[in-house]
Design a protein around this ligand. Structure first.
Ligand code: ZN
Length: 124
């Protein structure tokens, strides 16, 4: 098919919070608010349906990190469990906030590259 889009390239561009097509325009107009269209190539972002997908992916990743960290930090903080809870909770919150935008960009890029939802109908 000549209309193939490179998924890996689109994901790499979108994880930098840029347009999955051109890699120049901004994908988001706010922290997690998707821009209506690319300010460089004009790609319409309104067909994206990331919804709760990025949050589930981030929870999956962060919980694995916290679970592994708990194994290593349990013994050193055995006499101070409150400090361990504060460290792990703070780390989990910070990691979630850092990972959400690039993961949402990744989900949108996969939708665009695979022509999912409205991205398939309009090839801009
Ligand atoms: Zn663009």
């Amino acid at each position: 098919m000549s209309d193939q889009r490179d998924t890996k390239d689109a994901v790499l561009k979108s994880m930098r919070l840029r347009c999955p097509k051109c890699g120049e325009g901004h994908l988001f107009s706010g922290y997690l608010k998707v821009a209506p269209s690319c300010d460089s190539c004009g790609l319409d972002f309104t067909p994206q349906r990331a919804d709760d997908g990025p949050a589930y992916i981030v929870i999956l990743l962060v919980c694995h990190f916290v679970g592994v960290a708990l194994h290593f930090l349990y013994r050193p903080f055995l006499d101070n469990p409150l400090m361990l809870a504060v460290i792990l909770s703070g780390g989990a919150i910070a990691l979630c906030l850092v990972l959400l935008p690039p993961v949402k960009g990744m989900v949108i890029a996969v939708q665009w590259a695979r022509g999912m939802h409205g991205f398939g109908a309009r090839r801009v």
